[in-house]
Design a binder for this molecule. Structure first.
Ligand code: AGP
Length: 611
């Protein structure tokens, strides 16, 4: 999704902006650009394609050593208008006095555009964003912050916005509504960005803007007002991860790095949250008394994509361990379906980024209907985290690869611990809890065992890399993992892959099975295995090669399937995490064999901040 970087200070402005943009590349984009305030004029540089092309263009036109100035930059992911140089940001007004970069969507842009055109303003691009620069120019009356605030009052929609003007050298105006924006504070310099990853190499001290904040950012600091020009105070937060966390550290791709980080990431999700003395899990962020917990009689999990699959695994945990009815809702469906929420409902939005538009809307809808909203997020300070009553963080570290991996396994682990908390509040015995704690503590080691088999999984992946269709089948706790395995494969390898409940196959999809259509069967030694053996037979009878995930030591699949991926022995509570790691590796090596752009797959964005 689009990314914003801004800088004011003594460093070389193009270099600093480009460094920030490169750190946002993982979010997915189709074009990029920057506007530099220099020598009494605004220089605009834009390009289609990769930031490296923009760097070349900047180097050829102005050089990269333009010190002591102000600049804003952007990576665009097209929503209105094709990816093109004209549609790329920044957008400038007719007299080149103002330049803006914008994330989000201006919903009433068409009527605003018509009004501006009636005044004789000529639009260059097909974007919704361009109206903002013309509106700001129209509203300017000697004070840039006020002009931006006045213009934004006319706008419906979402924005993370940065503005520079010839009239205010050394100043960037930043504003947000529904699209994240943060200010980085340095010594004699300031930064803005849509994502902390762009800033972490420069500063750890940041201010997250709230909706309707308008900030005046200079090299000496920041002053924040609301749209009514009233000063507001925002806390300074500290980014707690190292710059190295957003680098590949010798791995060929971020995705592989993040897959391999899972023992540590899951370990961080667990750390300090399991208590042997009380036989329970606890979360500092969820400060409900046992009485309050006992009053929660229904859970609704709202999420999208991989996070929704984690939520689907979570449903099994809550039902089995705590006997609480659970609905898992695609977040967009939840927000528009007028869901029934009662005072005893807890809504769990699950989101790696904490910025997914539909999940955020679900949070607002749930809060409005009086639910207790407890988010499960990875990104500290993200909008969902801040708008939810409680937020349990994953502590997985930054996830850069567009295809989510370590966030999934950490989400499942957190949901398991949360279900245990509810279970202990109800019927789960101390002894059973101790057993579960012991199992949870083995997850990092078990995921490591899967990673140790990388080369074996790579060999199987290479064998099937030319297939154009895949099916993934699972049952029980592994049914959502089948959906997630198929999603991973299609995201990064562009192979058509479908995840199904194994029992559903014969209700239609089996018609597509043939020798060129491999089936990945999640056949771990768990309840339902015998039925899975029958399902595998059905696939074999249609000549589909079957690749099975099989529990270590289980010999029953030797002559039954074409290839085996061995999963360490573990219970159904742990198997979703461990099996998912194997499927992530499988998808990764298939995509690598096909020569795909693994970290930035086509058409995908890391966080989907538009509907
Ligand atoms: C995962 O690989 C995807 N890229 C995508 O499905 C993602 O999980 C979804 O967009 C939800 O994102 P979130 O967890 O940041 O809310």
């Amino acid at each position: 999704m689009c990314g914003i970087v801004g800088y004011v200070g003594l460093r070389s402005v193009p270099e600093t902006l480009l460094d920030g943009l490169k750190r946002l590349e993982y979010r997915g984009y189709d074009s990029s650009g920057m506007a530099l305030l220099n020598d009494g004029k605004i220089i605009e540089i834009k390009n289609i394609g990769k930031v490296i092309n923009l760097e070349k263009k900047a180097s050829d036109t102005v050089g990269l050593e333009l010190k002591n100035g102000t600049g804003i930059a952007h990576t665009r992911w097209a929503t209105h208008g094709f990816p093109s140089e004209i549609n790329a940001h920044p957008h400038l007004d007719a007299k080149h006095r103002f330049a803006i970069v914008h994330n989000g969507i201006i919903e009433n842009y068409q009527s605003l555009k018509t009004q501006l055109q009636e005044k004789g303003i000529v639009f260059k691009s097909e974007t919704d964003s361009e109206v903002l620069v013309h509106l700001i120019s129209e509203c300017y009356n000697g004070n840039l912050l006020e002009a931006v605030a006045t213009a934004l009052k006319k706008v419906n929609g979402t924005y993370g916005l940065a503005v520079i003007s010839l009239e205010s050298p050394g100043t960037i105006i930043a504003a947000r509504h529904g699209s994240p924006l943060l200010i980085g504070l340095g010594e004699g310099e300031s930064f803005i960005a849509s994502d902390a990853a762009a800033l972490v190499a420069f500063t750890r001290r940041v201010i997250y803007l709230n909706d309707h904040d308008v900030a005046q950012v200079t090299s000496s600091g920041v002053e924040i007002r609301n749209l009514d020009n009233i000063a507001v105070n925002r806390d300074i937060s500290k980014i707690d991860w190292e710059p190295g966390a957003v680098e590949k550290s010798g791995f060929e791709h971020f995705m592989l790095k993040e897959i391999c980080e899972q023992p540590e990431a899951v370990g961080n999700s667990i750390r300090g949250r399991l208590d042997l003395r009380s036989g329970n899990a606890h979360f500092n962020a969820l400060n409900l008394s046992p009485y309050e917990l006992s009053k929660i009689n229904r859970i609704v999990i709202a999420a999208c994509g991989t996070s929704m699959h984690a939520g689907m695994v979570g449903r099994y945990f809550f039902e089995d361990l705590a006997s609480i009815p659970v609905d898992v809702e695609q977040a967009a469906e939840f927000r528009y379906r007028n869901p029934i929420i009662q005072p005893d409902t807890m809504v769990l939005p699950v989101s790696q980024s904490g910025e997914t538009a539909d999940t955020l809307a679900a949070v607002r809808e749930a809060a409005n209907k009086g639910a207790i909203v407890t988010a499960i997020c990875n990104v500290v300070g993200s909008t969902i985290a801040r708008e939810s009553e409680h937020c349990i963080y994953l502590h997985a570290g930054p996830e850069i690869g567009v295809a989510s991996t370590k966030a999934f396994t950490c989400q499942v682990t957190v949901l398991l611990m949360l279900a245990m908390l509810f279970g202990r509040n109800r019927r789960m015995s101390y002894q059973n809890a101790l057993g579960l704690i012991a199992e949870i503590e083995t997850i990092p080691e078990l995921t490591k065992k899967v990673l140790d088999q990388r080369s074996g999984i790579e060999a199987v992946a290479k064998k099937y890399a030319e297939a154009e269709d895949f099916f993934y089948i699972g049952r029980g706790y592994l049914y959502p993992v089948a959906l997630e395995g198929a999603l991973k494969l299609k995201e990064i390898s562009y192979i058509h892959a479908e995840g199904y409940h194994a029992a559903e196959l014969k209700h239609g999809p089996i018609a597509l099975l043939e020798e060129n259509v491999p089936v990945v069967a999640l056949a771990n030694d768990l309840p339902g295995k015998e039925k899975m053996i029958s399902n595998i037979q059905e696939c074999r009878a249609r000549c589909s090669p079957v690749i099975a995930t099989v529990t270590a030591g289980d010999e029953s699949f030797k002559d039954l399937v074409s290839d085996i991926i061995t999963i360490p022995a573990c219970s159904q509570f742990i198997a979703p995490v461990v099996t998912a790691v194997a499927l992530q590796l499988f998808a990764y090596y298939v995509a690598k064999e096909r020569g795909c752009e693994i970290d930035q797959p086509r058409n995908l964005a890391k966080s989907v901040t538009v509907e």
